[in-house]
Ligand binder design. Structure first.
Ligand code: ADP
Ligand code: MG
Length: 396
């Protein structure tokens, strides 16, 4: 029955103690600048709680996908600057992860101070969940706190191996995420509707398959809908299509037909030659021009999805309905976001781009029960899978 994660309280008196805090500071960067600082902000309450308790807080995170060696494009330096601004205090940053610089930053932290390590993925041991690397991380601290919900689905050293080496606890953000998501997995109030969009159908098929036996309604838009439409026999023009997933989509459609879940696909889409076109035309899904691509769901589909959501008591939404980064293709995502916001039961938005879309479209975050900081993590969670970063925190 749900997760029983030990919280920060369970660590006892933290005055003067060194805390290794795994945060999720994996922000989107554009030209070396932070494009959306939502994750930095989300890490603040736990940092503040630890510093008020007198801890010496050493924060670590990954950023992007460097290949196990230092790469200046993925330095956390801009994040250290932002963190310092938001905390209104200095945040010394190490130039390495577990080397001399890390040791000296850790040693120099006063009680109540905050420091940051360089990008964990500059070390090959991180993604390998390497024991030796984890030991070097653990030597920097007395206790470990995991507040990186966006990374709990990874068996990586800073999430998994290190937690076995130190007294450990879940941070407040992880606990809040887990408390809400547990409600989606265990006896959700029904009807339970799930809206999925985003780019890659191959990323999302596992969750679709798992939800066939859990959700009552499954609404599929975004780039991923075109492989489903192709599986139904429609010509999708130049829309996103993963040929090698067509058969799997066909199986999902057959399983949905045979089961009790209602799976809805778009009936109309907004098409254009490229995302730079300043206007889109709307066509029914059986009239997608061969030389154009679908970049958003159409208004009839938006109305249909809104209707399916109207009386839902539990809603999970992951993945934009269209290329919302371009104004002509925002309408579908806006309509779905507003429909999810209007529902009266539990409403959860998961996914980095989905959360960014909510903010970019100016929809108040408090119109949802919860906006998750985790994309892949929230998807794997609602699939009902055991997530390595949570399982290890539950170990005593
Ligand atoms: P999240 O981060 O919320 O999990 P994804 O990463 O799966 O979402 O997908 C987000 C991306 O999907 C956005 O950048 C958006 O532009 C893209 N997308 C949505 N609809 C389409 C479409 N019809 N064609 C191409 N890309 C799309
Ligand atoms: Mg994304």
């Amino acid at each position: 029955v749900g997760h029983e994660l030990p919280g920060i309280d369970s660590l006892g008196d933290l005055r003067g103690r060194r805390v290794l805090l795994r945060a999720d500071l994996n922000v989107p960067l554009a030209d070396g600048r932070i494009a959306d600082d939502g994750r930095v902000r989300a890490s603040l309450p736990t940092i503040a709680r630890l510093t008020s308790a007198g801890a010496r807080v050493l924060v670590c995170s990954h950023l992007g996908r460097p290949k196990g060696s230092p790469d200046p494009r993925y330095s956390l330096a801009p994040v250290a600057v932002r963190l310092a601004e938001l905390l209104d205090r200095s945040v010394p940053m190490a130039t390495d992860v577990v080397g001399e610089s890390a040791s000296s930053v850790a040693a120099g932290l006063p009680a109540g101070g905050v420091g940051l390590l360089e990008n964990l993925r500059f070390e090959p041991g991180e993604t390998a969940d390497d024991e030796e690397f984890a030991r070097r991380l653990a030597m920097l601290a007395d206790v470990y706190v995991d507040d990186a919900f966006g990374a709990v689905h990874r068996a990586h050293a800073s999430v998994s191996a290190v937690a076995r080496l130190l007294p450990h606890a879940a941070g407040d953000l992880v606990r809040r995420e887990v408390a809400v998501l547990d409600r989606l997995v265990e006896q959700p109030d029904r009807p339970y509707a799930v809206v999925l969009g985003g780019a890659k159908v191959s990323d999302k098929l596992p969750v679709v398959a798992a939800l066939l036996g859990r959700a009552d309604r499954l609404l599929i838009g975004g780039g991923m809908c075109f492989t489903f439409l192709a599986a139904q026999g429609f010509a999708v023009g130049r829309s996103l299509l993963e040929e090698d997933q067509v058969a799997a989509c066909r199986d999902v459609l057959a399983a949905a037909d045979a089961g009790q879940v209602r799976l809805r696909l778009p009936v109309d889409v907004a098409v254009a030659a490229t995302t730079d076109d300043d206007r889109a035309s709307v066509v029914p899904v059986d009239r997608i021009p061969a030389d154009q691509a679908g970049f958003d769901i159409g208004p009839q589909t938006a109305a249909l999805f809104a209707q399916e959501l109207a009386d839902a008591r539990t809603v999970f939404w992951n993945g934009p309905m269209g290329v919302f980064e371009h104004e002509p293709f925002q309408a579908g995502t806006r309509a779905v976001a507003e429909a999810v916001a209007r529902t009266r039961g539990l409403s959860v938005v998961g996914g980095g781009d989905s959360a960014a879309a909510v903010r970019a479209l100016g929809i108040p975050e408090n119109s949802f029960t919860h906006v998750s900081t985790g994309g892949g993590a929230s998807l794997e969670f609602i699939e009902g899978r055991t997530l390595p970063g949570l399982a290890v925190l539950e170990e005593r």
